[in-house]
Design a protein around this ligand. Structure first.
Ligand SMILES: [Cu+2]
Length: 660
């Protein structure tokens, strides 16, 4: 019977194909897509911000569990405001973001603002074990910082264990009122790329770290574009709620118009080659820095990296594939690798659709992938050549170095056959109950006295410059992300070792995430101007869990003179986790409205009438005014205490200050 079937089946398939084509005039019929319940706002053009003046932006992020099916497979997603991807945060240069995070999960949580410098506000950087104690379950905490002079494309995500992989992540866009490319596009879109797992991250981490496990990182089940993807439900276990006809991300364009796409890779594991069939990408921004335009047909993007590209809707009206291909070489796999039966091994070409608004929505794109020199020039899992990225305003990197560090990266199994990642021989262990910031600012402990597994590297030369030479002694590629700064990439190589005479000290790219090639190296420099505790880590989340993290303690003596907001200290109080608190209403909540995205729209009196923002210890009566002052409670007296923020720390941030 089996033999008979195998002979007859191909005939049936042929007959079926013939029927489809014969009845559809050789066009491919639209699949009867199911509309997913994911966040739709990314598929709409950004509402332009027309004001020039900075404002206070109020936002509620409520973390909770929501059953969603981003790729058609329903699972418990860890969400902010019940949405996946999380709410889009859109603000202006200079705005103050006042974000009330209410943790209604059963686990602690933190939120990190990826790429934001936190100039003078390191305690709001959101790294558990480094810049704060995690927000306990049931507790609200307000992150309150300005984005300063930064503009461009960023994102936010949980920085507690591998929580962001379960869904707590979203875009953060800072509008530039003086955007040099403003006249060159008509609309803006945000587009996120994510790999997606059906198993919750804590289970995957447990398997990855299990004794005797010597294979690779968990293989994703699917890939998503702006939170949408497809999954072959025949692979799902029986009883799963699964729909193979999940609708992909569809971006609508009007012929003749130009679109700025802000592309963010928010993955745990995946590198992507991004492209749109028959539409060239004019790259104008890399990791928050405007660059001289480069025209590409395909864009390499590793985890944590961002690009803005201008796409002109200049082709024949129709539908075109948006492609996010994961090259096979970039998902390491061998026998025994977690989830190595995943469909993504066979189909790692993730797709969305670019559709002209006058095109029929009845047909699937029939466009073909670019087949030009760019694919030959680019190597899988590696960054865009650093020699191609030229900042819009060329800025010279520091010519002299005051503090130099050599860092080597390794991954290997220890004597107990447990795989760990090592930074100069040490695997990072977070001290969640007493993070670095508390040790330094609260207990006056110098970073030189930190335990060796804190992986702390210290420099205290105000106005000096750091150089970090990172050697990758592992064969895999690692996208390293630095908090608190972006950096000049003055050299990079896939083999050999750095040669200082070859460094670009004239016009190197500025990024905050650099991919270390397997067995290669990179050399970065940046100015010492932001006192804080800054994580530097591989953004492959599984490698973070293996310990591929170190922390840079910048200007400790300055840090010790600053005063941390009491609300941050309060998170570390023993027993704090037992205090059940509900969401903190913003003070003028009478008459305000909160949008589905969590934005607080002021009442008719206007935002200037807002009096005070209660901080999480408002039980004690402490308040923070919009001016950034902490008003202590009655027990501590009513004297206004000036809060230490960037407002009373002087920095030279002028661009020409980089010249030495
Ligand atoms: Cu890594």
């Amino acid at each position: 019977m089996k033999k008979h079937l195998s002979r007859v089946l191909p005939l049936y398939v042929l007959l079926l194909l013939f029927t489809i084509f014969a009845t559809s005039d050789a066009t491919v019929r639209r699949r009867d897509y199911t509309i997913p319940t994911t966040n739709l706002e990314l598929l709409k053009p950004l509402t332009p911000i027309t004001r020039k003046e900075p404002q206070d932006v109020y936002l509620n992020l409520e973390l909770s569990y929501t059953d969603l099916a981003p790729d058609g497979y329903t699972r418990k997603v860890w969400t902010a405001n019940g949405q996946y991807p999380g709410p889009l945060i859109h603000c202006n240069r200079g705005d103050r973001l006042i974000i009330n995070v209410t943790n209604n999960l059963k686990d602690p949580a933190t939120i990190h603002w990826h790429g934001i410098f936190q100039l003078g506000s390191t305690w709001y950087d959101g790294v558990g074990g480094q810049t704060q104690c995690p927000i306990p379950a049931g507790v609200s905490f307000i992150y309150n910082y300005t984005v300063g002079e930064q503009v461009g494309t960023y994102w936010w995500h949980s920085h507690y264990l591998a929580q962001y992989v379960d869904g707590i992540r979203g875009p953060l866009i800072i509008n530039n009122p003086d955007d040099p490319y403003l006249g060159q596009y008509d609309y803006e879109y945000v587009l996120t790329l994510e790999d997606w797992y059906h198993v919750e991250s804590h289970n995957l981490v447990a398997m990855r770290l299990a004794q005797g496990y010597e294979a690779f990182n968990p293989i994703p089940d699917a890939g998503l574009i702006s939170g949408r993807g497809q999954y072959n439900c025949s692979k799902a276990q029986s009883g799963a709620k699964c729909d193979s006809n999940n609708m992909p991300a569809i971006y609508t364009v009007t012929k003749g118009k130009k679109y700025r796409f802000r592309i963010i890779n928010m993955s745990a594991e995946a590198f992507f080659f991004f492209s749109i069939d028959q539409h060239k990408l004019k790259v104008i921004e890399v990791d928050g820095v405007d660059i001289k335009e480069i025209e590409l047909s395909v864009l390499p993007i590793h985890i944590g990296q961002r690009f803005s590209v201008i796409v002109e809707a200049s082709q024949d009206s129709g539908s075109y594939w948006i492609r996010a291909d994961i090259p096979k070489q970039c998902i390491l796999n061998r026998n025994g690798t977690i989830n190595n039966n995943s469909d993504i091994i066979h189909n790692s070409n993730i797709t969305g659709i670019l559709r002209y608004d006058d095109a029929s929505n009845d047909t699937l794109p029939q466009s073909n992938k670019f087949n030009d020199d760019w694919y030959k020039k680019l190597s899988p899992c590696h960054d865009l050549d650093i020699n191609l990225i030229k900042p819009y305003e060329a800025v010279a990197p520091p010519q002299k170095v005051t503090d130099q560090f050599n860092i080597s990266i390794m991954i290997y199994g220890d004597s107990k056959h447990t795989t760990k990642a090592y930074i100069n021989g040490q695997s990072w262990v977070p001290d969640l109950k007493n993070p670095s910031i508390m040790k330094i600012m609260d207990q006056n402990i110098s970073a030189t006295e930190f335990p060796i597994n804190a992986n702390a590297y210290m420099y205290d030369t105000e106005g000096g410059a750091v150089e970090i030479v990172i050697y990758n002694q592992n064969g895999g590629d690692h996208p390293f992300h630095l908090h608190g700064h972006n950096f000049f990439i003055i050299g990079m190589g896939s083999s050999g070792s750095p040669d200082a005479s070859q460094y670009n000290l004239v016009d190197p790219p500025l990024r905050d995430t650099v991919t270390l090639p397997g067995d290669g190296w990179a050399v970065i420099r940046y100015l010492i101007n932001n006192p804080g505790v800054w994580a530097f880590h591989c953004h492959i989340e599984w490698h973070v869990e293996l310990g591929m993290v170190f922390q840079l303690i910048e200007m400790q003596s300055k840090l010790q003179q600053l005063k941390m907001p009491p609300s941050v200290e309060a998170l570390c109080q023993p027993g704090y986790q037992h205090t059940k608190r509900l969401a903190i209403p913003f003070p003028d909540d009478e008459g305000t409205t909160i949008t589905p995205g969590g934005y607080v729209i002021p009442n008719s009196k206007g935002s200037t009438k807002r009096l005070a923002i209660p901080s999480p210890d408002d039980d004690n009566g402490t308040t923070i005014t919009p001016g950034g002052y902490v008003i202590p409670n009655s027990k501590e007296g009513s004297t206004k205490v000036k809060r230490t923020t960037e407002r009373n720390i002087k920095y030279t941030t002028k661009r020409n200050a980089w010249k030495w």
